[in-house]
Design a protein around this ligand. Structure first.
Ligand code: SUG
Length: 444
């Protein structure tokens, strides 16, 4: 059956800020305390969406979650009026306050794991929101994310929604950032490739020493079971612990795959040759692997440039395009590698870059900002159409950002009740603009 990949980009929320909340994510730590520019961040994300939509790719948008998360603050002992809760948290535990304000839902690659109907036992598209237990600010996302996904993809004959996995470190799940789907062509059955950082139970298994592994093997296996995947076409592999220790906190910082192509660093996986052999055996057809050697691009360069956090997109004529962040042009070795990559007869024919500096400073590149959902025509007709990005929606969202977003946000702003009001007004208008009704709790 024919199908199409849709990219659902997270719209950057009005509270985008740099709070250094993600130990193990080097950009997040390095930029902690910097003033952010939420307006520029949102416009940069929208410009990428628009450019890809203009090139004929199916592009949609997912709304940000409402922040600050007062329920999180209350659970942490900051009760009282909203102003009191903000004030107390600012004085007593600024890191917890930042967590409640984080706009991290923008990185929709972590929203959920999605399996297309061509791979699942009941021929429905399956969604499991990631529990994101590894970081407090991210662990506050899954429930609301599940509501957004259910509003966009109504449960029924086409879409199936699961609850996030139990919120324990042994079942830590980071969603599509640690999951790659490969297939001969959109719509055909493929291989689902799950990459975990450590085992939740096996203390003797290899594990990173410096930075945490966020995804466990047990979580990946649970998602595969829930989605009804065929074990013969499901491959599990462990991420190289040295890569995690070099700052590769998600697999999508070291590998990206699309259709019949896997683009990865040579140090992405434990026992990489065996992993690639298993993938080739499971793949229904000829899998092409572009493996980048350390001598061309070191792990450090991969983390600095986010070369592999690119979007590998199959163009309508079947050739591939790579969407990279501008940082790849700024890194001399990566820029040189990319010059040789796109050739007229080659697999990747074109490389285009985008300025996503605001998101990149928190460790979020082009691939982090999008959740891929492959849908047949019938499935795409069953989804909520209001989030599909066309010229008109792009214009509306751009004007909405310009009207509501600040161009500077610093840590002292997070105690300001006026920012709460401004965010609610913005999101209230957004839910109408996207036709999503009363999506947010504060609207009820
Ligand atoms: O979870 N950064 C995010 C970046 C997520 C990137 N996503 C993928 N690779 N798919 C994270 O570490 C930083 C927030 C702060 O420090 O304020 C943050 O959450």
């Amino acid at each position: 059956m024919s199908a199409r990949e849709f990219n659902f980009d997270g719209l950057v929320g009005p509270t985008h800020n740099y709070s250094g909340l993600s130990f193990g994510n080097k950009a997040s730590s390095a930029n902690a305390g910097l003033a952010s520019n939420p307006r520029a961040a949102a416009l940069q994300g929208l410009a990428k969406m628009k450019a890809l939509a203009d090139r004929g790719f199916a592009q949609a948008v997912l709304p940000p979650l409402a922040r600050p998360d007062f329920a999180l603050l209350a659970r942490l002992g900051f009760a009282g009026t909203e102003a009191q809760s903000l004030g107390r948290a600012a004085r007593q535990a600024p890191a917890l306050l930042s967590a409640a304000w984080s706009a991290s839902s923008m990185w929709t690659a972590n929203a959920a794991t999605v399996s297309p109907s061509a791979d699942t036992a009941d021929a429905r598209v399956h969604f499991t929101p990631a529990n994101l237990v590894s970081k407090l600010h991210r662990s506050a996302e899954p429930e609301a994310t599940g509501r957004v996904l259910a509003a966009v993809f109504p449960e029924g004959p086409h879409f199936a929604h699961h609850a996030p996995l139990p919120a324990s470190p042994q079942t830590g799940d980071e969603g599509a950032a640690n999951h790659t789907r490969l297939c001969p062509r959109a719509g055909e059955a493929g291989v689902e490739f799950f990459v975990y950082g450590a085992s939740g139970f096996d203390a003797a298994a290899p594990a990173p020493r410096r930075f945490p592994a966020r995804q466990t093997r047990e979580a990946s296996e649970a998602v595969a079971r829930l989605h009804g995947l065929d074990p013969r076409r499901t491959v599990f592999a462990q991420q190289n612990p040295d890569a995690i220790d070099a700052g590769v906190f998600h697999n999508d910082v070291i590998a990206v795959g699309s259709e019949r192509v896997l683009f990865c660093h040579e140090k992405a996986f434990v026992d990489q040759a065996a992993v690639l052999r298993r993938l080739r055996e499971a793949f229904p057809g000829e899998l092409e692997v572009i493996e980048v050697p350390e001598t061309f691009v070191s792990l450090a360069d991969a983390v600095e440039s986010y070369l592999f956090n690119s979007q590998l997109l199959a163009r309508p004529d079947g050739t591939m395009m790579l969407v990279v962040p501008e940082e790849c042009r700024r890194n001399e070795r990566v820029a040189r590698y990319l010059e040789g990559l796109a050739t007229p007869g080659g697999t990747i024919r074109e490389v285009i870059s985008f300025e996503l500096r605001e998101s990149m400073r928190n460790g979020g590149g082009p691939a982090c900002l999008r959740l891929r959902v492959e849908m047949t025509e019938a499935e795409s007709k069953a989804m909520h159409p209001g989030v599909l990005l066309d010229e008109v929606l792009y214009g509306k969202l751009t004007r909405w950002v310009q009207a509501h977003y600040r161009d500077r946000l610093a840590s002292e702003d997070l105690a300001d009740p006026a920012l709460v009001t401004a965010c609610r007004e913005a999101l209230d208008e957004l839910s109408t603009l996207l036709g999503l009704g009363n999506l947010y709790r504060f609207q009820r």
